[in-house]
Design a protein around this ligand. Structure first.
Ligand SMILES: [Zn+2]
Length: 81
């Protein structure tokens, strides 16, 4: 009985740690955006007249999410993982 060879360096490696890392970064960015959106909604609900202060943060969080998505998709395209 032969031991299965490690597939770590094969093309189409089923476990790509870089992809996992990029997925986590994308998920984190999504959570950050959601959390800011919730904060803004809460501010509106509680009558905080300064709820617009979240807009710049939301803009940055949205850009960060788009960037993380782009990097992840580029990696998948290039690496085919
Ligand atoms: Zn990969």
């Amino acid at each position: 009985m032969t031991k299965p060879q490690s597939r770590d360096h094969e093309f189409g490696n089923p476990v790509c740690y870089e992809k996992q890392r990029l997925q986590e970064a994308f998920i984190d960015a999504c959570h950050e955006l959601n959390s800011l959106q919730s904060d803004q909604i809460s501010a509106v609900i509680t009558g905080d007249s300064d709820f617009m202060r979240f807009d710049d943060l939301l803009h940055l969080a949205r850009e960060k999410k788009e960037q993380a998505k782009y990097v992840l998709l580029s990696h998948i395209e290039e690496h085919r993982c």
